[in-house]
Design a protein around this ligand. Structure first.
Ligand code: 5CA
Length: 439
């Protein structure tokens, strides 16, 4: 993308309405704009980040055998009356009436709809397990939407639902999902700590929240620092083997981690002092096992081994995709701006032309840009170098390729790493190779 022609409105000043760093930086870096309270438009750079996150989430869901589908945002009130949640959900649910006076709602979550669809399709226990997911907009009419997309009214969520024949198989599904979550967050470049949680209005008995540490987090958290050091991507788990899943889960839950609601001083005292981590956390994911709550209340069964109706055991598994954009920024920024992890960055690098109109600078920039126009941002604006540097730091591209007249003569560019600040001088091909845009 050429910055001179892009819809990428950076701001020099801090917007008055933003109280926390991520909200300020998302507005200043031109990622989002508010369109009404708690509702945001995603501008081109913001949408790229949102998509990158969703794609990593999808890859790890697919890796454990979950199947992607897409359910609509609007749901019939009838579905929710069947589970008994239509009234129970209260004023957070946005209720809508169509021209035929039928009651609809904008989905805050999809347990009812997915259970109904499952019931229409799956008839025998032999077809289990089934794990279905979608990545879709949700609406919750929060009393106090705040902190930008961190607590929005409309937000983007990945929600998955598992259906199993019995409790043990449902626990296997839960553990597979736990592994997928740990791998997802690691790939996103955030340390999200799994903590035992309350199940709230979703219901159920087994539940974990995933929290990213940040001073503006809404929950107090206590955990064993060893959890931050684990490499879940190389954890040897055979996801088709119950004993292997159990061993993984035992190891993971052997480290202490709890939110303030579930904190236990006696257990905490057993964590070595130098490994105790205390702070605040942002919830970026939440997984639940709730058994037959929906299959029974909605009367959805399959035929069991003995021919009798079998009500599948369910779990649901959410990741706040739009909230993650903010959470990643809370965890990865400095005074100059955002520092994107390479896996989610909107652009792999920005090319900074220090002297627009200089034949050699222009030529080298064009050559660099042509290598991967879809993944590079070319700052071709007729601005001062200082403005370009400040915007590059603000937007947080992992690499800056700086092209000035002196180096250009010799075919050399300067490469700056946003995170480490390290600079090196390289020829064009070496620079492209380093930023992952080489031939
Ligand atoms: N049905 C279950 C799991 S699929 C469910 O809805 N879980 S949840 O309520 O915990 O939401 C899942 C995730 O969505 C949360 O962990 C959080 O990251 C995100 N989320 C929830 N409410 C909001 C909100 N108002 N703004 C942004 N993200 C939100």
């Amino acid at each position: 993308m050429r910055l001179s022609r892009s819809f990428l409105p950076t701001l020099k000043e801090n917007p008055a309405e933003a109280q926390i760093t991520s909200h300020r930086l998302m507005l200043r870096a031109g990622l989002i704009r508010q369109t009404s309270a708690g509702i945001y438009a995603w501008l081109p750079a913001g949408l790229r980040v949102l998509r990158n996150i969703a794609d990593i989430v999808r890859a790890e869901q697919n890796a454990i055998g979950a199947q992607e589908m897409l359910m609509p945002t609007l749901q019939s009130s009838e579905l929710w009356k069947r589970s008994g949640r239509y009234d129970a959900y209260g004023p957070e649910m946005l209720r809508i009436r169509d021209r035929h006076e039928r009651d609809l709602l904008y989905g805050p979550t999809n347990e009812e709809m997915v259970t109904d669809l499952f019931g229409q399709v799956v008839k025998s226990y032999r077809e289990l397990p089934q794990v279905l997911y979608h990545v879709q907009w949700k609406f919750r009419d929060e009393v106090r939407p705040r902190f930008g997309v961190m607590r929005g009214r409309e937000f983007y969520m990945k929600d998955a639902y598992s259906f199993d024949a019995d409790y043990d198989a449902a626990v296997d599904s839960y553990r597979r999902m736990m592994l997928a979550y740990l791998r997802t967050f690691q790939r996103l470049g955030v340390k999200a700590i799994p903590m035992v949680a309350d199940t709230g209005p979703i219901g159920g008995e087994l539940s974990h929240e995933f929290l990213v540490l940040a001073p503006t987090g809404e929950s107090g958290v206590f955990f064993d620092g060893a959890l931050e050091e684990q490499d879940w991507l190389s954890e040897p788990v055979d996801i088709s083997d119950r004993a292997s899943l159990e061993e993984f889960f035992r190891r993971m839950t052997s480290f202490y981690a709890a939110t303030d609601e579930k904190h236990d001083e006696a257990q905490w005292a057993k964590v070595p002092v130098e490994r105790r981590r205390e702070g605040r956390g942002i919830e970026v994911g939440h997984i639940f096992h709730f058994g037959r709550k929906y299959t029974e209340s909605m009367d959805i069964s399959v035929s069991g081994p003995d021919g009798a109706p079998l009500f599948p055991e369910m779990g649901s598994y959410g990741i706040g995709v739009s909230r993650l954009v903010a959470a990643i920024i809370e965890a990865s920024h400095d005074d100059q701006g955002i520092i994107w992890p390479e896996t989610v960055a909107p652009f792999a690098a920005v090319i900074i032309n220090l002297k627009n109109g200089d034949a050699q600078c222009d030529e080298i920039c064009e050559r660099l840009y042509a290598a991967a126009p879809d993944r590079l941002l070319y700052d071709d604006r007729p601005e001062r170098a200082g403005v370009k540097f400040a915007d590059a730091d603000l937007m947080g591209h992992p690499w800056q390729v700086i092209v000035g007249p002196r180096g250009a003569k010799a075919g050399i560019v300067e490469l700056k790493n946003r995170r480490s600040g390290e600079r090196s001088e390289l020829d064009i091909d070496a620079a492209l190779a380093r930023i992952g845009a080489g031939a």
